[in-house]
Design a protein around this ligand. Structure first.
Ligand SMILES: *Cc1c(COP(=O)(O)O)cnc(C)c1O
Length: 395
């Protein structure tokens, strides 16, 4: 459990012990994400799913995969869902399905998890990076427009932290240049933009079910969703050795299949997604109320037209590292998403970008702090976290 005010040693609460309480029994531990709380409530159902899968024995592309694909595609309001091994697989396969490869460029934000760029590289193409907006952390569409060139083959916006990119602007840009849009929705399960689901607005939407995502497996998982029959068919071949029918291989595919057991687990969790997202939003509202105007904190602005499913709750301060240390001493885990933007990663030295190329992404990398956010946060825990932040700033 997340909150343990273990008062097993009576009388220890003295002024002195409070001062020295780094590891005292009073110490609460607040994790960034609490999978234990999520699974505790579901344990018997998850074990049943495991037993059912064991009994059926359909471990590879079994019934649970198809059932979950159908259910998740319905949630997104699209006709196809193809269960894949990871979110990275979904992004790579979406690009490959569009025929994108060596010599081609794909536009994506510098401020994202590196997997977005790695998918472009894995397809053999070249990432073309653009900066983000300071207030929403999302791709700067105006700059994206300036980066479109003769080699551009697709635009890859990322619905980072749980808010959708301004898709009207992205889709208008894409239409002007006859480019497909692939959405990285790995942080945006259930988010909407003007009533449309994340993942349903481009030619393909890519999701990850990494355990810590808003909808997470007990292991790796991913999905490509699409209304395009051709893209979905390609993804089904590509995930399974290119196989169209037994021993009839249509394309040079790999192995990128969603595991049956993971699909069974995801099928149990899916009906809870909306409720979990609502719980995240409620905690976020409480954080906002308690943190408004505190110190030099800057809170994330709402992205126009989008709901927010709060995969992350990020605050900004010039004293980020000191605040992180202060919270650590109070048992509060935090994270930085992400400390080094894609263009400054050693893995992408070959692209030739330099410090200063994307000043907003770089500024944010030094100022952002992700504070605990998950559906099982209690009001008391949010108060404890926010209270500790206020204390740091003397507010
Ligand atoms: C998690 C994530 C991915 C990759 O998903 P995996 O399932 O870990 O491969 C891609 N893009 C973003 C924005 C993510 O947060």
């Amino acid at each position: 459990m997340i909150l343990q005010s273990a008062e097993s040693t009576p009388g220890i609460r003295s002024g002195w012990s409070e001062l020295c309480n780094l590891h005292s029994p009073m110490q609460k531990h607040v994790p960034l994400v609490d999978l234990h709380a999520q699974h505790a409530a579901l344990k018997s159902k998850l074990l049943e799913a495991f037993e059912r899968t064991l009994d059926r024995g359909d471990f590879i592309l079994g019934g649970a995969v198809q059932e979950f694909e159908t259910a998740f595609a319905r949630l997104c309001g699209v006709s196809h869902g193809v269960g894949l091994g990871t979110g990275l697989d979904a992004l790579r396969i979406a690009l490959e399905a569009l025929g994108i490869g060596p010599g081609d460029e794909v536009i994506l934000p510098a401020n994202t998890f590196i997997a977005t760029a790695l998918a472009v590289s894995a397809a053999g193409a070249t990432p073309r990076l653009v900066d983000c907006n300071l207030d929403t952390f999302l791709i700067d569409v105006t700059q994206a427009a300036n980066e479109v060139g003769p080699a551009t083959r697709a635009i890859l916006p990322v619905h980072l932290t749980g808010q959708c990119v301004d898709m009207d602007a992205i889709l208008a840009l894409a239409q002007r240049h006859h480019l497909p849009v692939v959405e990285d929705a790995a942080q945006a399960h259930g988010a909407t933009y003007k009533g449309r689901s994340a993942g349903s607005m481009g030619v393909a939407g890519c999701f990850s079910f990494y355990p810590g995502k808003n909808l997470g497996a007990c292991g790796d998982g991913g999905m490509l969703v699409s209304n395009d029959d051709g893209i979905a068919a390609y993804a089904r071949y590509a995930r399974n050795y290119g196989q169209r029918a037994r021993y009839d291989h249509a394309v040079k595919g790999g192995n990128a299949r969603l595991d049956t057991l993971q699909a069974a687990i995801l099928g149990i969790k899916l009906p809870l997604l909306q409720e979990w997202n609502a719980a995240r939003a409620k905690a976020a509202e409480q954080y906002r109320e308690l943190l408004r105007g505190v110190g030099d904190l800057v809170l994330q602005e709402p992205a126009p037209g989008s709901t927010h499913v709060y995969h992350l709750f990020i605050i900004q301060t010039s004293r980020r590292d000191a605040l992180q240390q202060f919270l650590k001493e109070r048992g509060i885990d935090t994270g930085v998403h992400y400390p080094v933007p894609v263009h400054l990663q050693e893995a992408y030295r070959d692209l030739g970008y330099r410090p200063g190329d994307f000043p907003r992404a770089e500024l944010l990398a030094g100022r952002m702090l992700s504070i605990p956010m998950h559906p099982h946060l209690t009001e008391e825990t949010v108060e404890y976290v926010a209270g500790s932040i206020r204390e740091f700033f003397g507010a």
